[in-house]
Design a protein around this ligand. Structure first.
Ligand SMILES: NC(=O)c1ccc[n+]([C@@H]2O[C@H](COP(=O)([O-])OP(=O)(O)OC[C@H]3O[C@@H](n4cnc5c(N)ncnc54)[C@H](OP(=O)(O)O)[C@@H]3O)[C@@H](O)[C@H]2O)c1
Length: 264
């Protein structure tokens, strides 16, 4: 058996991709020959990302804030116009403010629920409509976090709200499977991006330690002994976002170096 991703010419939308996990995914899909639309909320950062990505293949960008309905509509409209349809959606998003439960106010919950629950659900629907119309075998991949299995310290809103992504994935897998759309999720552990720097800085401030000490402390919790890289995570995103996973739907796959301890 020859193993290929079969992504040459595939039409792919990747959100929150000016850096970090989304950027790593965009780079991987482009190297497989996919045609990619990337997104972020910040025009300059998106422009910079596009300059780095262009040598790898056909890519364009749409500035859109994932927490706004009108921007989500624009994103799907632009994707249809530029790619003519959609085979794979990779949904990554921004991060809520770190903090303990007692530090979170109404506005923090409201912003987190909008970004981590409403936004993926709404984009999933708009993307599904386009996929049903234009792709015989489409896939949606949602990035969540290991926090949905084991809540993480000082990330209260994330640990609570991201659980909805698991519900979204299972709900959509059942409803959209018969329409030719597979839907899966990924639970990243600690991946070396700017977000981990932010989390480590927050922990260092609380504990009166150095950021490097906090990173080492995270690494000691991971059986593989180190943070993951966006490239390593991108391999699982490619798997779920291509026909390599043709018989997988409704799964939530940890990519965490063994961090999760719970069984099942
Ligand atoms: N890194 C980890 O270890 C880890 C683990 C589990 C879960 N996660 C989650 O995975 C997601 C990506 O993490 P990351 O590590 O790649 O973070 P990152 O390096 O901070 O990158 C975040 C990306 O999100 C974009 N973004 C932020 N707010 C946005 C918005 N409202 N609309 C559109 N784009 C937006 C940013 O682009 P602009 O600034 O250009 O808009 C940037 O491209 C986050 O939700 C994070 O909490 C990360």
């Amino acid at each position: 058996m020859t193993v290929t991703t079969g992504l040459k010419g595939a039409r792919v939308l990747i959100t929150a991709a000016s850096r970090g996990i989304g950027f790593g995914a965009a780079s991987a899909f482009l190297q497989e020959g996919a045609r990619v639309v990337v997104n972020s909320s910040h025009a300059d950062r998106l422009k910079q990302a596009l300059e780095t990505l262009r040598p790898f293949g056909e890519v364009s960008g749409v500035v859109a804030d994932l927490s706004r309905q009108g921007d989500l509509d624009l994103l799907v409209r632009e994707t249809r116009e530029r790619l003519g349809g959609l085979d794979t959606l990779v949904y990554v998003t921004g991060s809520p403010r770190p903090g303990t439960f007692l530090e979170q106010d109404y506005s923090d919950w409201s912003a987190a629920a909008n970004l981590l629950v409403v936004s993926p659900a709404y984009l999933a629907r708009r993307a599904a409509e386009l996929m049903i119309e234009t792709s015989p075998a489409a896939r949606q991949v949602f990035l969540a976090s290991v926090a949905i299995r084991e809540p993480l310290p000082n990330l209260a809103t994330s640990s609570v709200c991201r659980i909805a992504v698991a519900g979204l994935v299972r709900t959509l897998a059942r409803e959209l499977g018969p329409r030719g759309v597979r839907v899966n999720g990924i639970l990243p552990g600690y991946i070396r991006t700017e977000r981990i720097g932010e989390v480590a800085r927050d922990q260092a401030r609380r504990h009166g330690t150095l950021v490097a000490e906090e990173i080492s402390s995270l690494e000691r919790q991971i059986p593989l002994g180190r943070l993951g890289t966006p490239d390593e995570l991108a391999r699982t995103i490619l798997f779920l976002g291509s026909d390599l996973s043709a018989y997988v739907t409704g799964a939530m796959v940890p990519v965490d170096g063994g961090l999760l301890r719970s069984v099942g």
